[in-house]
Design a protein around this ligand. Structure first.
Ligand SMILES: [Zn+2]
Length: 66
């Protein structure tokens, strides 16, 4: 029997990414395809910008959350 369990969960088109603010080192989770500018909760630096499809990350990407 094949492993079909994984297919039951629809593949998300977007992901959440944990980033580290370049300014203050704050860790924050941003949406891969954010439609609005996401700012650091601590210092207000822009962490990612919308760009049609995928957001442009302006902070250091630490890891992708599955
Ligand atoms: Zn910050």
């Amino acid at each position: 029997m094949e492993r079909k369990l994984e297919r039951l969960i629809p593949k998300p088109r977007s992901r959440f990414i944990q980033v580290i603010c370049n300014e203050c080192g704050n860790r924050q989770i941003v949406f891969d395809s954010a439609k609005i500018e996401v700012k650091c909760n601590v210092c207000g630096a822009v962490l990612c910008k919308p760009s049609g499809g995928k957001a442009i990350l302006l902070a250091k990407r630490e890891r992708v959350l599955e």
